[in-house]
Design a protein. Structure first.
Length: 133
């Protein structure tokens, strides 16, 4: 795929598009362009077992969101939290200059969902520590 092509069929959403029930991690971010991306994670034993996303954005945001989800699935939390815009762009074979920010929104939202899981775990351990006192 050349850097000016976007591999998105507007009539067919990727299979990882949509919500997950009872997510372990979740985040929603609206980027400066006004588009919103949202991720849901299932996590087991420090590893992301399932990722889904939605966006109200353009085709580039759909392919970016889907690719970031695919890149994160199966990774441990540390690996997933290191996902960068460039990783998404590289895996996609590039995006047009005007759409590169879609990959940034995807990577940032996915990392925010991992951070959300870590926050939940910390709060849970804080609560358990309080109960033990
Ligand atoms: S144009 Fe904003 S995420 Fe694609």
């Amino acid at each position: 795929m050349s850097e000016n092509q976007v591999n998105a069929d507007p009539l067919k959403l990727p299979s990882n598009f949509g919500m997950l029930e009872d997510p372990d991690g979740h985040a929603r971010i609206t980027g400066p362009c006004g588009d919103t991306m949202e991720y849901w994670l299932w996590i087991k034993e420090n590893r992301i077992t399932k990722v889904s996303f939605t966006t109200d954005g353009c085709g580039s945001s759909i392919v970016s969101g889907s690719m970031a989800a695919q890149l994160a699935e199966g990774k441990n939390l540390k690996e997933a939290s290191q996902l960068q815009q460039e990783d998404v762009l590289k895996a996609l074979g590039g995006l047009p200059e005007a759409s590169r920010h879609c990959a940034l929104l995807a990577a940032n939202t996915l990392k925010a969902a991992v951070a959300n899981f870590n926050d939940r775990m910390k709060k849970e351990s804080d609560i358990n520590a309080e109960i033990e006192i």
